[in-house]
Every structure is written in structure tokens, then in C-alpha cells.
Design a protein around this ligand. Structure first.
Ligand SMILES: [Fe+2]
Length: 292
């Protein structure tokens, strides 16, 4: 620990926390889960959130080496491509993104030239793959359950857990998206909780209970002692029963349909029509019904 700096960026519209983690010695940096702002009503994208990341990187004299996605997010558009266009870096995600791409290519009936082979990303991580941010070693850990392709990134005594664990008083991520699996999520989380007790845990979202400020950092020890869904002693059966019951009450995320078609493209907007305008597609009557 101590060889890296970590800067969080909170997006209050989607409750997402993006991070910049950098090797303090070389100032090589990884941007984790950057957001491209999207206004559902007007169909406008905006780069406020991603620009805040870029401003930080520039002010600190950092070089963007990696843009790391924990998974294809269903609640915000990825700012990965925008960050890459301005600051460089390789966009990476878990290799099982191919499964997610195949599912959503079918749902959206995407153009034939969209190949569900992960080629839209610069690098696909395997489970346990070791890579470097500057001189600091990092490991990609496959943590399926929320989606089949979720990764956590372990760097310098800190783990960026994506959509697995949330803060202890919020619990865990849902497991009812296409390819989601509450059993798999349980074992993915147990794997994270097997990391050393003092490992710093950085969450991807926070949905604070009334009266508490937004927070994003906790530890493995705190999660094991106090996570309301999966603290030590919670069995797989108990977790799965809780998760299924809870997921049945959750609404479809507001931005799932805009997000997924951009995020399976690594944050690239869809190809433009002949008139020079890019369009998002909304499949009608395909997703499970939300509350009316
Ligand atoms: Fe997610």
C-alpha cells in the first residue's frame, strides 16, 4: 500500500463513483468506470463528468495508461471512448463481455458489422490476469453474478469491486439482468471477502440510506462484519433467497436501454445514419415490465 494515489469522482445523477488510480512514482494512471452524462429527455450527451476526470489527470501530470471497465453498466453510458480520444489509454473489460455483447446484439438487433467478439475493446482480461499500472502490479478478478463479465481490480491493497458489494449498510448489487446469477454473485463476493481483512474496498455505486452522506470506501473487515446482505455467516441459500426477493421489487434502471447499446461498444456511440445523426434503439415490449 502507499504506492498509488486514488481519486474518486461521484456522479449524483447515476450514483456512480469513477476513480483515477495512479502509480505515485511514474504518474501512469488507470481511469475506472468513467461516466458519459446523458439526458434522457433531450437525448443529449454531455462530458461534464468525464471532463472532471481529464482535468484531474492533467493537473497531476498523469498519463492515462488504462481505462478499466468493471462491467457493461446498465445505469450510465461509459465515458471510456471520450477519455481515450482525449488522453489515450487502453480500454479494457473482462473477456466474458462477448456473452453480454451477444445477448444485447440480439435484443437491439444491432447492425451485422457489430461483432460480439470483444474487438471494440483494446484488451480483454482473463480471470487472475496480472497487469501493471506504471510499476505497480494489478490483478483482474472475475466476479460474475451481476453480469457474467464483471471484474474487480485489485491494486496496491485496494480493490475496486464494481457491482458486487456496495457499502455495508446498502448491501449488494442486483443479479436479475440478462446473464445475472445470484448464486454466482454469492461466490464472487466470498472471493472478494477472502482478500486480506485490511484491503480497502472501493464501490462503484452508493445509494445512501436517509441521513447518511454518500460514501465509497470501506474494508474487507467491515464488509465481513456488517454487510446487511452477505456478512460472515450468511449462507448461499440465504443470500440467494434474499437477492431474488429483493430483485423482484426493483425497477428496470432508467438508462438501461440507452446505456447497454453504447457500453457493449466500449463507450462508442452507435454508427451515424446517412443523415449524419446517431440514433439509439429502443426495443419495444422486450424487457420485463417495470412498474407503470
Ligand atoms: Fe452495473
Amino acid at each position: 500500500m502507499g504506492r498509488t494515489t486514488i481519486q474518486p469522482f461521484f456522479d449524483p445523477k447515476t450514483w456512480t463513483i469513477s476513480y483515477v488510480i495512479a502509480d505515485a512514482a511514474t504518474r501512469q494512471a488507470a481511469v475506472i468506470d468513467p461516466v458519459l452524462d446523458y439526458d434522457f429527455k433531450s437525448g443529449h450527451t454531455d462530458t461534464r463528468s468525464a471532463d472532471a476526470v481529464l482535468t484531474h489527470v492533467q493537473a497531476q501530470g498523469m498519463t492515462v495508461q488504462w481505462i478499466l471497465e468493471t462491467h457493461a453498466h446498465a445505469d450510465h453510458l461509459s465515458g471510456a471512448r471520450y477519455i481515450q480520444e482525449r488522453a489515450g489509454g487502453k480500454i479494457a473489460i473482462g473477456e466474458r463481455i462477448r456473452e453480454v455483447q451477444a445477448t444485447f446484439k440480439k435484443l437491439y438487433n444491432l447492425e451485422r458489422s457489430f461483432l460480439p467478439d470483444g474487438s471494440q475493446f483494446d484488451h480483454l482480461f482473463k480471470d487472475g490476469e496480472v497487469f501493471k499500472i506504471g510499476e505497480v502490479e494489478a490483478t483482474a478478478i472475475l466476479v460474475p453474478g451481476h453480469t457474467p463479465a464483471d471484474l474487480a481490480y485489485l491494486v496496491d491493497g485496494a480493490v475496486f469491486v464494481g457491482d458486487t458489494l456496495f457499502m455495508p449498510d446498502v448491501g449488494t448489487a442486483r443479479a436479475d439482468f440478462p446473464g445475472g446469477d445470484a448464486h454466482a454473485l454469492y461466490w464472487s463476493i466470498r472471493r472478494l471477502l477472502d482478500l486480506p481483512a485490511d484491503t480497502r474496498v472501493f464501490v462503484c455505486h452508493d445509494y445512501p440510506p436517509k441521513g447518511r452522506e454518500v460514501r465509497w470506501e470501506t474494508t474487507v473487515a467491515e464488509q465481513r462484519a456488517a454487510n446487511i446482505h452477505v456478512r460472515d455467516g450468511t449462507t448461499e441459500d440465504e443470500f440467494v433467497a434474499m437477492r431474488k426477493a429483493r430483485d423482484a421489487t426493483l425497477e428496470v434502471p432508467m438508462l438501461i436501454l440507452p446505456s447497454m447499446q453504447v457500453n457493449v461498444r466500449a463507450g462508442q456511440l452507435p454508427p451515424k445514419d446517412a443523415n449524419g445523426v446517431a440514433y439509439l434503439r429502443i426495443p419495444l415490449n422486450m424487457l420485463p415490465k417495470g412498474e407503470q
